[in-house]
Design a binder for this molecule. Structure first.
Ligand code: SF4
Length: 393
């Protein structure tokens, strides 16, 4: 078996190589590791508060709500130790923590199996190391793996269903708690108060092991580390010294497909354009952020021959009762008929209501209700274009 210099892998190491070999080289081989920025320190501080809060609850063997006061006390202390600044960021942290405490509801500490659980998963010649934020016991045969995320954006469904990080965690958890017949995988999106859940089949887990070993070998055997523009370029610590990023900001293109019947070339140009568009949109947002901050102080701004201003966009909603009442009076149609014709239930509000019911009603009653609602729901499918890079060894 080949001996590698580095036989320890982590999800971060694998995903950095997968996304951009140059960034991998600069970070892990040349050790150019920048000081963590504000978003990373904010995420660390929140993670630490949640870990300590639940840990204390477990140490006291509590069965009840988490303490909001204690969460805020821990936040003040983490805020200082992470060197965070800005009242808006401070307030955002408070809101995340209050919602977390509220959403946890009554927490039986015996249902939390582990916090910040260290994992060591053997994969071929490698050991994959990592820490799982939280492992819950759902029932006598089910475990839930929870990874807290402080991302501003929710993941797309396919990102959750194909997350390598969650697959690695499940493989490790199955070894640590072999009694678990089922494993639920959850990204707890703290900024949104939403849990994005998924699961894995045996085939998916087998594929994940093979994939980890393949990418692990690539990280060790690589002799060249090309820059690969990707959606994370906008947050990359190596942007400043990266020629590919500088070219992207100038809109430089490498490849234009002349023959639209040649699908390989069509796909190649499509990927290049998609990456450039993401980088340029992110840059546009950054530049707009600067201009918008000026518009907090004034009504308009005229610079570089352009006039900038903020304006309100109206969104109209119609209250059900009064709307049907007025329509009924005007048309003579029945309440029932008008309801069928124009009313739909807001899915987000329905989900929020079901979530609330989950805290006050029996779990099986709510599950049954969800199943019944799903049988009467109308689903509309529309085609959506989907693309994901395939790594070849
Ligand atoms: S900016 Fe993008 S392409 Fe450049 S090193 Fe970072 S991730 Fe790679």
């Amino acid at each position: 078996m080949t001996k590698y210099t580095n036989n320890h892998l982590s999800y971060s190491r694998l995903s950095r190589y997968e996304q951009c070999p140059l960034s991998f080289k600069l970070h892990y081989i040349d050790k150019q590791q920048a000081e963590p920025g504000l978003p990373l320190r904010f995420g660390k501080a929140i993670h630490s508060v949640l870990e300590n809060l639940v840990q204390e609850h477990m140490l006291d063997e509590q069965n009840g709500p988490l303490s909001e006061d204690r969460a805020l006390e821990l936040w003040r202390s983490e805020w200082a130790s992470q060197g965070l600044v800005g009242v808006e960021v401070f307030q955002e942290g408070i809101e995340i923590l209050k919602r977390f405490v509220r959403d946890e509801g009554v927490l039986d500490s015996h249902d939390v199996l582990a916090l910040e659980k260290e994992i060591r998963l053997k994969v071929g010649p490698f050991t994959v190391l990592g820490y799982i934020d939280r492992v819950n016991r759902v029932d006598d045969e089910t475990i839930e793996i929870v990874d807290y995320k402080s991302n501003r954006m929710l993941f797309a469904r396919d990102e959750v269903d194909n997350s390598l990080q969650l697959s690695i965690y499940e493989l490790a958890v199955r070894q640590l708690w072999p009694w678990a017949k089922k494993v639920k995988l959850t990204f707890h999106m703290l900024r949104h108060g939403i849990r994005q859940e998924t699961s894995r089949t045996t085939e998916q887990l087998d594929a994940a092991i093979q994939y980890v070993e393949t990418v692990g070998r690539m990280t060790e055997e690589a002799t060249e580390y090309p820059a690969r523009l990707n959606s994370n370029c906008v947050w990359c610590d190596h942007q400043q010294g990266c020629p590919a990023y500088a070219d992207a900001l100038r809109g430089k293109r490498d490849f234009i497909c002349q023959d639209l019947d040649d699908l390989d070339r069509v796909a190649r140009e499509r990927e290049e354009v998609a990456q450039l568009a993401k980088i340029l949109y992110a840059r546009k947002r950054e530049l707009e952020g600067v201009l918008k901050s000026q518009l907090k102080e004034r009504d308009e701004l005229v610079v570089g021959g352009v006039r900038y201003a903020m304006h309100n966009v109206a969104k109209t909603t119609h209250p059900l009762d009064q709307t049907i009442e007025l329509l009924g009076q005007a048309t003579g149609q029945s309440w029932q008929r008008l309801l069928v014709e124009i009313a739909v239930v807001d899915n987000k509000k329905l989900e929020a209501l079901l979530k609330k019911l989950g805290k006050t009603h029996d779990r099986s009653t709510v599950s049954l209700l969800k199943a019944e609602l799903s049988t009467v729901a109308e689903k509309k499918h529309s085609p959506r274009f989907w693309a994901k890079r395939v790594v070849t060894a």
